[in-house]
Design a protein around this ligand. Sequence first.
Ligand code: PEP
Length: 249
Amino acid sequence: MRRKLAAGNWKMNGTGSALSELASLSQSYSKASVDILICPPATLLHRAADAVAESAVTVGGQDCHSGHSGAHTGDISADMLLDAGATSVILGHSERRVDHGEHDEDVRAKARAAMDAGLKAVICVGESLEQREAANTLDIIGGQMSGSIPDQSTGENLIVAYEPIWAIGTGKVPTLEEIGEVHDFMRARLERRFGEGVGRSVRLLYGGSVKPSNAADIFAVSNVDGALVGGASLKAADFSGIIQALESI
Ligand code: PEP
């Protein structure tokens, strides 16, 4: 059985005052029947880890460098994230692929570094609107998975998030059939590459405009093991609605 996961990506949002949201989330979830992960900006990570220490909530990074240390101004290594209290790191988010020109091979190298450090890698894949309209979605997802996911992946250290770029922050969501088609495809790809045991144990998240009001329907789709949530993870009340929907599946 794959344990469900509600993951929040705060992106470049939040200063110290936002820690009260984490405090209230950890108060609500001293225990939980699903995994809960919040990825705040790096500047908050250490304080965020302290804020959730007595709860079922864990924290993660939003990116890491592929190297251990060295002359990389502004970058953060996987070991540094671990040292700050992270359990996981989001890699290959479309905003990094687009804004920072990250390619599959960069994501793969970062994922290797994350896994070597003992972090779970949440690897994001997703098509643009043009690619979907050209009926290229599965080719794009398949290519990103082959290119971005390292060979050392297991059900423990890998989570894959399907995030259609056109659904991120737009309020647009694919149909449940479209989500199911991509998630079934991703499961089959993982089983083919890693064998049934590992392939079936990797968690697959859907991301893109998930809210408390649409979460339950999305979580009922086959091979959806949870969500990666942007905007609706910033407020504990919204994110709790999503966690509750996941807990009730
Ligand atoms: C995201 O950026 O990972 C995301 C899914 O954002 P939102 O939930 O705001 O669409």
